[in-house]
Design a protein around this ligand. Structure first.
Ligand SMILES: [Zn+2]
Length: 126
C-alpha cells in the first residue's frame, strides 16, 4: 500500500509512514460488502419506499403501510444476499403502492363527488 499523504510505498503492516510520519489508516478490506457476491455490482432493486410513504400520506394509509413494510424489507434482504427475496419484496411494495393510489384515488373521487354533487343540486334547486 501507499502513504495517502506523500505517496511513499509502505509495508502492508505499517502503522506510520517512514517518509513523512503520517499515521496509516488501514483501508477496509475489499471483501467488505461481500453479500453482493464476488462479481461486485450490487443489484439495483428499487425499494419504492418514497412512493410507499407518499401513498400512506396522500392516498390510503392501510395499503401504504403494507407497502412501507415490504419496501423496508428490500435493503435488509439485499444485505443478506437474498436478491430474489429483495426483488419479491420490491414487487409487493410496488403492488401495494398502486393499490393505495387506486383505492385512495377512488375514495377521494367519491368524497369529492359526495360533497360537490349535493351542493350543485342544492344550488340548481334555488
Ligand atoms: Zn508519507
Amino acid at each position: 500500500m501507499f502513504c495517502k499523504h506523500c505517496g511513499q510505498q509502505l509495508a502492508d503492516n505499517a502503522t506510520f509512514c517512514g517518509q513523512c510520519g503520517t499515521p496509516v489508516v488501514q483501508q477496509a478490506p475489499a471483501a467488505y460488502g461481500a453479500p453482493y457476491g464476488a462479481a461486485g455490482q450490487p443489484p439495483n432493486v428499487p425499494t419504492h419506499l418514497v412512493g410507499a410513504i407518499l401513498t400512506t400520506i396522500f392516498c390510503c394509509q392501510i395499503a401504504g403501510i403494507v407497502s412501507i413494510v415490504y419496501a423496508a424489507q428490500v435493503n435488509g434482504k439485499l444485505a443478506k444476499g437474498d436478491v430474489a427475496g429483495a426483488m419479491a419484496s420490491s414487487k409487493s411494495a410496488s403492488t401495494w403502492m398502486w393499490i393505495g393510489v387506486i383505492v385512495g384515488g377512488l375514495i377521494n373521487i367519491v368524497a369529492v363527488a359526495a360533497t360537490v354533487i349535493p351542493a350543485i343540486i342544492a344550488a340548481s334547486a334555488e
